[in-house]
Write a protein that binds this ligand. Structure first.
Ligand SMILES: [Zn+2]
Length: 191
């Protein structure tokens, strides 16, 4: 089982075209992981392996950021007997927090699972939420790493099934986008 862009493309989770990203920048490639999580049996090919790689970190509590991390985090947790799965949500001030009565025991070991790590800012906020709730993040797992640079994760462990080289998915400021200059229509795959 290859965890690669071809596999994602089979499920329309990897697109080529002309896209506006959530950051406002433009790109010729887009990762639309909802099209993979749409098919639980296809997702399981990824999350079974991610659960295997994360298991030895010793956590049985999995936390995912809403929205994209919820389904992969749930799928990873479902591989471990007796596990729990919580999700963190954006607060009004832009941080992530636990709502809905979710809580952690003091020192409870946690792995954070995300679908795609781009800048790592969502995972950073989830780590803060876990620590704020008294837990301890022992590892971060992702289906795809788009090429972040977060050395402070290394002492916790970082497992990603598909690691893209930094810059392998180019992005452009709208004013400098070659696809705009070529007159190619812009699309918003998540809209
Ligand atoms: Zn453009």
């Amino acid at each position: 089982m290859p965890w690669d862009l071809n596999e994602l493309a089979k499920h329309q989770a990897y697109l080529k075209g002309h896209f506006v990203l959530t950051t406002g920048r433009h790109s010729d490639q887009f990762l639309l992981m909802a099209r993979l999580t749409e098919r639980p049996w296809a997702l399981a090919e990824w999350t079974k392996e991610l659960a295997f790689r994360l298991k030895d970190y010793g956590a049985r509590t999995v936390v995912g950021p809403a929205v994209g991390g919820i389904i992969p985090a749930y799928a990873v947790a479902s591989e471990w007997e007796g596990s729990r799965m919580l999700f963190a949500e954006k607060s009004d001030n832009g941080s992530m927090s636990f709502k809905r009565g979710f809580s952690l025991a003091p020192g409870e070991k946690v792995v954070v699972v995300e679908d795609v790590v781009t800048t790592g800012s969502s995972v950073d906020k989830v780590i803060e939420a876990v620590h704020g709730a008294g837990g301890m993040v022992v590892a971060v797992g992702a289906l795809v790493d788009r090429g972040h640079d977060k050395p402070h994760w290394n002492d916790r462990g970082f497992e990603a099934l598909l690691r893209l080289a930094p810059g392998s998915i180019p992005t452009w400021d709208p004013g400098e986008c070659p696809l705009c200059q070529a007159g190619i229509p812009l699309t918003r795959p998540k809209a």
